[in-house]
Design a binder for this molecule. Structure first.
Ligand code: NAD
Length: 272
């Protein structure tokens, strides 16, 4: 059966995508990749990253797509609602076709050194923030009809506990569970819900983890990177583009029969 006659719903290939946490790192790479794929792209980040986010918008416009910056904290319900309203109002189609709930934070701390405040911060941004983005994107997609793609940022830490990343692992396991539940609820609306589960990807976040590891072990951040490489059959750390390429597929109409999955992008460090 050709893609033209699939029974699993279709997607406007020139639709509107929203990427959270897109001022840098993986989110920025996803935004640029989706623009190359032909999507109009709205990018989100915190007020403190407004300058970098506006630079991303300029890069997107150079790819000849419409682009919009939406400043919002994804863990604040009213800000997520307003962000989605801004997207619907700005782009001529009045639609949201692809939601990439990418924003996240990590803290490197053992269980006994993790404060309740650390725990709350990580769970609030990663789990609550992803929940809010999934919920309000799904509401809009159901309202407008025609299906859609919802994609979250899980992690290798959503599949296997990692020492000194307990709160982060808990938040990412939550995203994986939410993704599986949402996929079942949203399937009848032809909306797929998946997540990507990267291993070590070269971004500011990985730098934070490398510094935390170095402080604990008495080594250097470089030791952490070398240890990550040694655990990876391909012998390297990933780049944001390695994740963006997978998200490009998850956002495409060709991924229509994939839902509820958390796709590993980890160089073979961990097998499901
Ligand atoms: P990063 O820290 O480089 O970028 C994250 C972006 O999210 C930043 O621009 C930050 O300002 C933004 N952000 C943080 N809190 C926010 C909030 N409340 N509202 C809106 N924006 C917010 O991180 P990254 O490495 O690019 O990671 C992107 C996603 O991928 C995260 O969810 C992360 O957990 C996940 N991930 C990263 C790796 C890795 O090795 N880098 C591995 C697995 C999963």
């Amino acid at each position: 059966m050709s893609s033209e006659t699939s029974q699993c719903g279709d997607l406007n290939p020139k639709g509107v995508a929203l990427v959270t946490g897109a001022a840098r790192g993986i989110g920025k790479a996803i935004a640029l990749r989706l623009a190359s794929d032909g999507f109009a792209v709205a990018v989100n980040d915190l007020p403190s990253n407004t300058g970098s986010l506006l630079e991303v918008v300029e890069e997107l416009k150079k790819l000849n797509v419409e682009a919009l910056a939406c400043i919002a904290d994804v863990s604040v319900e009213s800000e997520v609602q307003i962000m989605i309203e801004e997207v619907i109002a700005h782009f001529p189609t009045g639609r949201l076709d692809v939601m990439i709930a990418n924003a996240g934070v990590a803290k490197w701390n053992t269980l006994i050194d993790t404060t309740a405040a650390d725990w709350d911060t990580v769970i609030r941004v990663n789990a609550r923030g992803t929940f809010l983005c999934y919920k309000y994107a799904a509401l809009q997609m159901i309202r407008q009809g025609g299906g859609g793609r919802i994609v979250g940022a899980a992690s290798i830490c959503a599949k296997k506990g990692v020492p000194s990343l307990g709160a982060y692992c808990a938040s990412k396991f939550a995203i994986r569970g939410l993704t599986q539940a949402a996929a079942q609820e949203l399937g009848p609306h032809a909306i797929t819900c998946n997540s990507y589960a990267p291993g070590g990807i070269s971004t500011d976040m990985l730098g934070v983890l490398a510094s935390g590891n170095a402080a604990d072990s008495g080594g250097t951040p470089e030791d952490y990177y070398e240890a990550l490489k040694a655990r990876t059959p391909l012998g390297c750390i990933g780049d944001p583009a390695d994740v963006a390429d997978v998200v490009s597929f998850l956002a495409s109409k060709e991924s229509r029969f994939i839902t509820g999955q958390s796709i590993s992008v980890n160089g073979g460090t961990y097998f499901d």
